[in-house]
Design a protein around this ligand. Sequence first.
Ligand code: HEM
Ligand code: HEM
Length: 184
Amino acid sequence: MATGREPQSYSGAQKALHWLIALMILSMLPIGFYMVDRGAKTNFDAWTNTLYTAHKTFGFVVLMLVALRIVVRRSRGAPAPVATLSPMERFVSEAVHKLLYVLMLLVPLLGWAGVSAYPARGIFFGLSLPPIAPINEKLAETLLQLHGYAAIALAALVALHFAGAMMHGFVKKDGVLRRMMPGA
Ligand code: HEM
Ligand code: HEM
């Protein structure tokens, strides 16, 4: 709800975090599916193992960036919705943004919990991550299955978010897309 005390625009840090996280998630989704498919087809050759190690490292970087982003968002807030949006558009965009935040946290946390339970090394630039789930192979399989389902839900939501951004930017031309752009 607009209170009149919101900032006028997203800060440079908010925009930088939005685009960096977007880039990382948009690359990790297709590469994640490819990696799992390749593992099944090649019985985990060296390149598949490299992809898994990179996936865990970059996934953990995303988790930390998202945590930082939430701290910035909660302390600074966001600009009030563009005035021309209908109540329905405000409701839907707010709901999609909230769900994106939830899934941006849930997806890497489920991945981390899954590798903790296996236990596989949750690797972060060569360091082992502390485990966040008890060792239990059945639990690990369930957690990683949920990680995959949550990633599919995230991909669907990103597609919706992207379609909304394009509609505002190129059909309605109402300034919604512009305000997440650098320099705007
Ligand atoms: C936002 C960050 C992340 C995204 C978008 C992401 C996305 C994905 C996707 C799309 C898959 C393929 C799912 C499937 O085909 O079943 C996958 C698999 C996997 N991810 Fe992630 N992931 C992220 C973070 C992490 C983290 C932090 C870890 C662990 C530290 C992790 C560990 C794994 C593992 C072990 C698999 C393979 C699961 C299997 O073999 O069934 N992921 N991830
Ligand atoms: C694919 C290209 C993308 C475009 C063109 C785009 C565009 C935008 C725009 C214009 C806004 C501002 C909306 C407003 O002011 O009401 C926004 C906000 C947001 N975007 Fe994206 N986005 C993209 C990708 C992503 C991805 C991949 C994610 C995360 C998975 C994401 C998460 C968010 C979130 C959570 C917000 C709300 C920000 C806040 O108010 O704190 N975006 N995006």
